[in-house]
Design a protein around this ligand. Structure first.
Ligand code: NDP
Length: 688
C-alpha cells in the first residue's frame, strides 16, 4: 500500500506510528496509508512565515494575481490526472468537475478580481479618505496590510480540491502562506493537486504546505498573526474553536459546518405551474449530486400541506430514475459515498430520524439495494433516501440531525408563517431556497428568513434557465452561514481576502496619507510640471502630478447649444420661469455640460501616450453652474495600475486614475469625480 506523504518545509515526508487507511470508495480496496506522527509540524509554521510569507508579502496584489492565474492554468492543463484520482472517492465526472474545475475556476476568478480592482502595491487603501478637520489637513482612511502569519486550513472530505483552492485564493492574495490539512478520507486527491502546484514551480517556497494525517500539537504553536479555518462537522468545529491557544492569542478562526438547508415550495405553486417541475428537479439534483455529500445540499423539503401528495409522487418518480453505481459507467448518475464509515454514519443518522418522527418514502436501508457495478457489495453506495415528517413542528430531530448523504426529509406546512417558522428551526444555514412565482410570497419569506441564511435563492421560471442552483457557492457570493452553519464567511469576492489581512485606521495629513498609500488624496501636495500630463508615458507619470487648466466662462449660448446637441431641454436649463421656481432660482448649466467642458479644458488633443478614456467614477455635482460663472479644472494623477501585456503584439499599458475637481470663480468645487484612462507604457513585458 502506498504511503501518502505530507509536504513540509520543502520536503515530502511520511510519519512514524500507527497509520490510517484510505480505501477505494467503490471497491473497498486499501489504497494509501496516512500518518503524520513525529513529523516536524511546528517547524512548518515557521517555514511558512519565514519563507513563503516573506516572499508573498513582498509581491504586489497584481503579482500575486498573476501567480494565481498561472497556477490555475497549470492545473487546468493537468486536470485529467486529478479526475482519475477523483473516481477513487466515489465521485462521478460531474461531481469531479465541481470539485476540480470549480476549484480552478475560483482561483481564476480571484486572480481576475484582483487584477481589476487591487493596486499594484502591497498596501490596500480600503476606502476613500475620511475628512476629520475643518481645514482639511487632518484625515483618515482604512488600510489593509499583510499579516506576517500563516493560515492553517483544515478541510472536509467532500471537496478535496475546491475546498483547498477556495481558501488558498484569498489567502495568497492577502500575502499569506498556507498549511493545508485535508480530511483523511480523500487526502490523496488534495495531495495530488498540491504536488502539481509544487512541481509547477510557480509559487514561492513555503507558500503552500500539506499535512496528510493529524495535526498533532500544531495549535499550540500558532500565534496571533495566524489564522485558522475549518470546514467539517459542527462537533469538531466547536472543539477546535475552544482551543486555549486560539483564545489566549485571539487567533482568528473561521468555521463552516454542516447545516440543514431548506428548500421551500411557495404557497402559490400548483403542479401545473413550471415552478413545480423546477422544485422537483432542484430537490432531486441536490439530493444526488456528490451523493448528497455537500454542505449546501437540501436536507429539509417544505411544501404546502395541500401539495404533499403531488410532491411525494413526483419526487419518488424522479429519484427512482437515478442510477446509482460505479461513476465510470455511462448510465450512472450518482456515485458512492467517500467511505464505508461515512455510509455507516449516514445509515445511523437515517435510523435516528426514523425513530424521531420520520417515515421512509424511499431508500433508507441497504437491504435489497444494489448499485450498478458493485457485485461484491464493497462499495460505499447508499440509495437516494426520501423521508417524510408529518409533524415537523413537534419533531426537533428533523431540524437537527444531518445525514450527510443522499438524504432529505419532506415536511408539510399550513401557512406562509409556518414555512418561515420551519426554515428558522434550522438554527442557521448555508443556503436556503424558495420556489415561487409570486413576488409577494418571496418578499415575505426572504425578509423573515434571511437572518438565518448565508445565501438564498428565489427560483421561478424567469431565473430557471440561467440559475446556478441551490447548492453552488460562487466566488463572488458569500459562502457561510450563522449559528449551526458555523458563523463564518468565505468567498464573497474580495471580502474574503480581508479576513487574512490587518485593517488599520490610519490618521494624518493628506500628504502623509498619499505618500503611505501611494495614492494621491485631495488636500495632499500636488506636483506641477511644464509638460502636460497627457504627454507622459505611464512610467513617466508620478502620483500627484497635477494640471491646473485655463478658465472658461459659461454663457447662455453654451447652455442652449448643449440642450440642442444632447436633446436635453430640462426646465432647469431651458425654462426661465420654471427655473426661477426651482431649487436653483435661475437657469443653470447641465451637469453633463460641465463634465464635457471640463474635458475640453484638461485634454491635450494631440496623438500621444494616452490611449483611451474608459470610464468615470464617483461623479458628484456639488454646486450649480450659472450663466456667467467661470469654471476651471484641477486634474491630478491619483493612482496607477500597471497592466501585464498579454501578447507581444498588444501595446503595453497601464490604467491611470485621475482625480478631477471642477472649480468655480470662488474656488468652490462644482463637480468632483475620477476618470480612468489607459496610458501606454514605454517598456513592454516581451523582449523586443
Ligand atoms: P470532521 O469534522 O471529523 O473532520 C473535518 C476535518 O477536521 C478533517 O480534515 C478532519 O481530519 C479534521 N479533524 C477532525 N478532528 C480534528 C482535530 N481534533 N484536530 C484537528 N483536525 C481535526 O468531519 P468528517 O470529515 O469526519 O465528516 C463528519 C461529518 O461532518 C459529516 O458526516 C457531515 O455531517 C459533516 N461535514 C460537513 C461538511 C461541510 O462542508 N460543512 C463537509 C464534510 C462533512 P481527519 O479527516 O484526518 O480526521
Amino acid at each position: 500500500m502506498q504511503q501518502l506523504n505530507s509536504y513540509l518545509s520543502g520536503r515530502w515526508l511520511y510519519g512514524q506510528g500507527p497509520a490510517r487507511e484510505i480505501r477505494h470508495a467503490l471497491t473497498g480496496e486499501p489504497l494509501y496509508q496516512v500518518c503524520s506522527e513525529g513529523l516536524p509540524l511546528a517547524d512548518s509554521l515557521n517555514y511558512a512565515r519565514e519563507q513563503g510569507g516573506r516572499a508573498l508579502a513582498a509581491m504586489t496584489f497584481q503579482q500575486r494575481a498573476q501567480m494565481m492565474k498561472a497556477v490555475a492554468k497549470y492545473l487546468l492543463a493537468h486536470k485529467e490526472t486529478l479526475y482519475e484520482i477523483s473516481y477513487q472517492t466515489g465521485a462521478t465526472r460531474s461531481d469531479g468537475w465541481v470539485d476540480i474545475e470549480g476549484g480552478i475556476a475560483t482561483l481564476f476568478a480571484y486572480a481576475g478580481l484582483a487584477g481589476r480592482e487591487l493596486p499594484d502595491d502591497t498596501l490596500w487603501p480600503e476606502d476613500e479618505p475620511i475628512p476629520l478637520s475643518k481645514q482639511g489637513q487632518f484625515m483618515a482612511r482604512h488600510v489593509l496590510t499583510s499579516r506576517p502569519g500563516v493560515a492553517l486550513h483544515i478541510n472536509a472530505f467532500n471537496f478535496p480540491c475546491w475546498g483547498m483552492l477556495e481558501k488558498l485564493a484569498p489567502t495568497w492574495l492577502a500575502g499569506m502562506p498556507a498549511v493545508v490539512k485535508p480530511a483523511t478520507a480523500s487526502a490523496q486527491l488534495t495531495q495530488a493537486m498540491v504536488q502539481l502546484i509544487i512541481d509547477s514551480g510557480l509559487v514561492p517556497d513555503g507558500a503552500l504546505q500539506l499535512i496528510c494525517g493529524g495535526v498533532g500539537d500544531l495549535f499550540d504553536h500558532l500565534d496571533y498573526q495566524d489564522a485558522v479555518t475549518f470546514t467539517g462537522s459542527a462537533q469538531t468545529g466547536r472543539q477546535l474553536r475552544a482551543h486555549p491557544r486560539l483564545l489566549e492569542k485571539s487567533i482568528s478562526f473561521t468555521m463552516e459546518a454542516d447545516s440543514l438547508n431548506c428548500c421551500v415550495l411557495g404557497e402559490d405553486v400548483t403542479p401545473e405551474m413550471p415552478e413545480f417541475a423546477l422544485f422537483i428537479k432542484e430537490v432531486c439534483r441536490e439530493m444526488t449530486s456528490k451523493a448528497g455529500q455537500k454542505c449546501t445540499a437540501i436536507r429539509r423539503v417544505m411544501v404546502p400541506a395541500t401539495q404533499v401528495e403531488a410532491v411525494k409522487q413526483a419526487l419518488l418518480q424522479r429519484l427512482a430514475a437515478v442510477k446509482v453505481g460505479d461513476p465510470r459507467l455511462e448510465q450512472v448518475r450518482m456515485g458512492a459515498l467517500v467511505s464505508l464509515e461515512q455510509r455507516d454514519d449516514v445509515q445511523q443518522k437515517v435510523e435516528l430520524l426514523l425513530h424521531n418522527g420520520c417515515e421512509p418514502l424511499c431508500g433508507a436501508s441497504l437491504q435489497s439495494f444494489s448499485a450498478q457495478g458493485d457485485d461484491d457489495r464493497q462499495g460505499a453506495f447508499y440509495p437516494p433516501t426520501l423521508l417524510y415528517c408529518a409533524e415537523p413542528l413537534r419533531n426537533g430531530a428533523v431540524h437537527d440531525i444531518e445525514a450527510f448523504g443522499p438524504v432529505a426529509t419532506l415536511m408539510p406546512y399550513d401557512s406562509g408563517e409556518q414555512a418561515i417558522e420551519l426554515a428558522l428551526l434550522g438554527q442557521g444555514s448555508l443556503a436556503g431556497s424558495l420556489v415561487t412565482a409570486d413576488a409577494a410570497v418571496a418578499t415575505r419569506f426572504i425578509r423573515a428568513a434571511a437572518c438565518a441564511h448565508g445565501r438564498m435563492l428565489v427560483l421561478d421560471r424567469a431565473a430557471a434557465e440561467e440559475s446556478t442552483g441551490h447548492g453552488s457557492p460562487l466566488p463572488m457570493l458569500m459562502h457561510g452561514g450563522p449559528g449551526r452553519a458555523g458563523g463564518g464567511e468565505e468567498l464573497g469576492g474580495l471580502r474574503a481576502v480581508k479576513h487574512y489581512m490587518q485593517r488599520t485606521a490610519l490618521q494624518g495629513s493628506p500628504s502623509m496619507l498619499a505618500a503611505i498609500g501611494k495614492e494621491w488624496v485631495r488636500g495632499a501636495e500636488a506636483l506641477e510640471s511644464p509638460v502636460h500630463p497627457f504627454r507622459k508615458y505611464f512610467e513617466q507619470l508620478p502620483i500627484g502630478e497635477s494640471l491646473l487648466t485655463a478658465r472658461r466662462t459659461v454663457t447662455e449660448a453654451d447652455i442652449v447649444n448643449f440642450a440642442c446637441l444632447s436633446g436635453d431641454h430640462f426646465y432647469a436649463h431651458m425654462d426661465k420661469l420654471g427655473a426661477a421656481e426651482s431649487l436653483f432660482g435661475e437657469r443653470v448649466a447641465h451637469g453633463y455640460f460641465v463634465v464635457s467642458a471640463a474635458a475640453g479644458l484638461f485634454v491635450d488633443p494631440g496623438v500621444g501616450p494616452v490611449i483611451a478614456n474608459y470610464g468615470m467614477e464617483n461623479l458628484r455635482f456639488i454646486e450649480p453652474v450659472k450663466i456667467g460663472d467661470t469654471i476651471q479644472v484641477r486634474l491630478t494623477c491619483k493612482k496607477k495600475i500597471r497592466k501585464p501585456q498579454k501578447n507581444a503584439e498588444d501595446r503595453p499599458h497601464g490604467v491611470v486614475v485621475w482625480d478631477v475637481q471642477v472649480l468655480n470663480q470662488h474656488q468652490q468645487a462644482v463637480a468632483l469625480y475620477s476618470i480612468l484612462t489607459l496610458v501606454a507604457r514605454q517598456q513592454g513585458d516581451f523582449p523586443s
